[in-house]
Design a protein around this ligand. Sequence first.
Ligand code: GH3
Ligand code: MG
Length: 464
Amino acid sequence: MAGKILIVDDVATNRIVLKVKLASACYDTLQAANGTEALRLAHAERPDLILLDVQLPDMNGIAVCAALKADPATRAIPVVMVSTFRDPASKLRALRAGADEFLSKPLDEVVLLARMRSLLRARETEEELRLRDTTSRELGFAEVADSFDAPATIALVAARRDVALSWKRDLAPHLQDRLLVLDREDVLAETLTGTGQAAPDLFLLAADLALPGEGLRLMSELRSRSATRHAAICIALPPLAPETAAMALDLGASDVIAATACPEETALRLRCQIRRKRQADRLRAQVADGLRMAVIDPLTGLYNRRYALPHLARIAERAQQTGRHFALMLLDLDRFKLVNDGWGHAAGDAVLVEVAERLRSNLRAVDLVARLGGEEFLVAMPDTRLETGRETAERLRRVIEERPVTLPFGQGMVPVTVSIGLAIGGGPRNAIAPVDELMCRADHALLGSKAEGRNLVTISRPAA
Ligand code: GH3
Ligand code: MG
């Protein structure tokens, strides 16, 4: 995975050393020698990640980071801050300013590259979700950012219970979230990760549990389960374990946190991961919503043609496998144009909505009701023989006819009727007709109902 990395450092040799290292890992680089130039390049070039020195000649690197994170155009770019000093206070300030990581020089190349891969991967996922949902751009993320701060559930898993309890004690003053102390078995129990109960939003796992590296294996297990696949997982590292850090990141840890980190730093990192996770959850929900919108008719809430035809094919396939029958109806409102002409388009819409509701509430959950377009509807009923199909079609015709539809804006009521064509598919294996032939037969029957005076059910009888 290559990417474009902006290196911000006032010392030219530092920039060059990094450029060479990153080039050998297939990254393109841009360089800035001060904060102003960094902000300019971040805007103009939209790098995939920024390596930002804390000590800059014109402004503090932390202020640069804060400016990047405050600007919607650059907010999503991951920032790794780099400092010559091991100064816990500026580390905290950097994390508070929105930095994604804070590393001290000399940089451990293995850890740096693993961290960069992890941040770029997270960014890629987010970008992909964003792309898949075009409307989310217009809705704008920043506007709903506040709700990301609602309390979350955090599971704490250490090698020993008393260690996890001490984490809880230390973190509690810094977090509003629900902190659960669990052991490995609790985490793996179905009750926690099954569908019954909401899984924790975040797991903080010690890298080493009863066995060295067991925390990383537990992480992989959680990533493979649907209930916890999208949870944030942070790995608490034993002291001086750069290889473990790199491995954890490459295995998909959301963050790695040193054992030596102060509780406030840990809390900041956990909060950051919870916000990320919620943002991703929201995007996923929007994408799912987008998919739903693509198959739902916005006026009536019924499925549209795009959904109905493949679904009908699936019903037919199943009928073929089981040898059972299914019913297909095409329904068309009678003289609907007169409603539009007499009362206006809004009245016509109200009629369509009401008819859709009457159809839906007079069918089983397994039946499909769809609006094919205009004032034409489709009903498909699995496991249905001719007699039941005919009775149902008659019932639908009746429930439309028996009560006039109330129009909006006090326009009174309008009588509505529907013509229906019914065809039966499936049955004994040798008599299977293709779906489009069945559609044709139902359509023919519908035309028959229209020709015979409307407000009728006509049954298509196969030529045999
Ligand atoms: P028939 O009994 O032969 O089916 O006559 P009809 O008037 O129902 O059929 P026709 O095809 O002549 O007219 C259908 C009308 O449906 C024309 C169109 O303006 C209207 N229509 C289609 N979609 C919508 C819609 O979404 N809302 C409204 N209000 N009207 C629609
Ligand atoms: Mg019509």
